[in-house]
Design a protein around this ligand. Structure first.
Ligand SMILES: Cc1cc2nc3c(=O)[nH]c(=O)nc-3n(C[C@H](O)[C@H](O)[C@H](O)COP(=O)(O)O)c2cc1C
Length: 187
C-alpha cells in the first residue's frame, strides 16, 4: 500500500494522549497541509487558531464541561450510551487533555466545504507523523462565551470548524470502529 493510502486508512480518532508537546515545526507542517486544501475559487476562507498553552486548554475544558453535560442530557439515549465509556476514561471528555487544539475559522459561501477539507488534510498529515487527532464538535460549544469569542477574535459571520485535538496517542492508535461497506453505483 502506498504511504498516502496508509495515512488515510490509518487515521483514527484518538481520545487519549501522551503528556508530550508537538514540536512547533510539526504544527507548522500540519497548518501547511490544511492550507493546501482545495477551496472554492481558491478562496482559502480559513484561518487557524492553535492552542498549545496548558492553562489555556484547562480553562477551555472547564468552560466546556458543563456545556457538554447539558448537551448530552438533551441527546438521545443512543448518544448517552455511546459516550459512557469515553466519559468514564477521562476527566476531560471534550478536549481529552490534548497538547494541541486547532480551531479552523472561516467565512463565506463555500467555507463549510473548504474548511472541512482543510481539517481532514490536517488529520491525515498528523497521521504521517504518528500524531493522533480527533474532530471534537463538543469543543466548539464554548464559542458563545464572550471571552472565548474575543480570544478567537470571531468576527460577524465567521464559523468554527472542528476544533481538532492533536497529540501522540497514549498506548498507540486505537482500532478502527466498524465501517459500513461503501455504497457505489457505476455506470
Ligand atoms: C463533524 C464531526 C464531529 C465530531 N465530534 C466529536 C466529538 O465531539 N467528540 C469525539 O470524541 N469525537 C467526535 N468526532 C469523531 C467521530 O466520533 C469519529 O470520527 C467516528 O466515530 C469514526 O471514528 P474514526 O474517526 O476513528 O474513523 C467527530 C467527527 C466528526 C467528523
Amino acid at each position: 500500500m502506498n504511504q498516502t493510502l496508509e495515512n488515510i486508512l490509518g487515521r483514527r480518532s484518538v481520545r487519549a494522549f501522551e503528556d508530550k508537546p508537538i514540536p512547533a515545526e510539526i504544527i507548522g507542517q500540519l497548518i501547511s497541509a490544511g492550507n493546501a486544501a482545495p477551496s472554492g475559487g481558491n478562496g482559502q476562507p480559513w484561518r487557524f487558531v492553535v492552542i498549545k498553552n496548558k492553562e489555556c486548554r484547562e480553562q477551555f475544558a472547564k468552560l466546556a464541561l458543563p456545556l457538554y453535560k447539558a448537551w448530552l442530557e438533551k441527546s438521545p439515549a443512543s448518544m448517552k450510551e455511546m459516550r459512557k465509556s469515553i466519559d468514564s476514561s477521562t476527566d476531560d471528555p471534550v478536549y481529552y487533555r490534548a497538547p494541541a487544539i486547532v480551531f479552523v475559522i472561516g467565512k463565506g459561501p463555500t467555507a463549510d466545504m473548504d474548511c472541512s477539507l482543510a481539517c481532514e488534510n490536517m488529520m491525515v498529515a498528523a497521521r504521517s507523523f504518528e500524531i493522533g487527532s480527533c474532530w471534537v464538535y463538543f469543543g466548539q460549544l464554548i464559542i458563545e462565551v464572550p471571552e472565548i469569542r474575543q480570544l478567537l477574535e470571531l468576527a460577524e459571520g465567521e464559523k468554527v470548524y472542528g476544533p481538532m485535538v492533536f497529540g501522540y496517542p497514549l498506548g498507540g492508535f486505537p482500532k478502527s470502529p466498524p465501517k459500513k461497506e461503501p455504497i457505489v453505483t457505476y455506470f
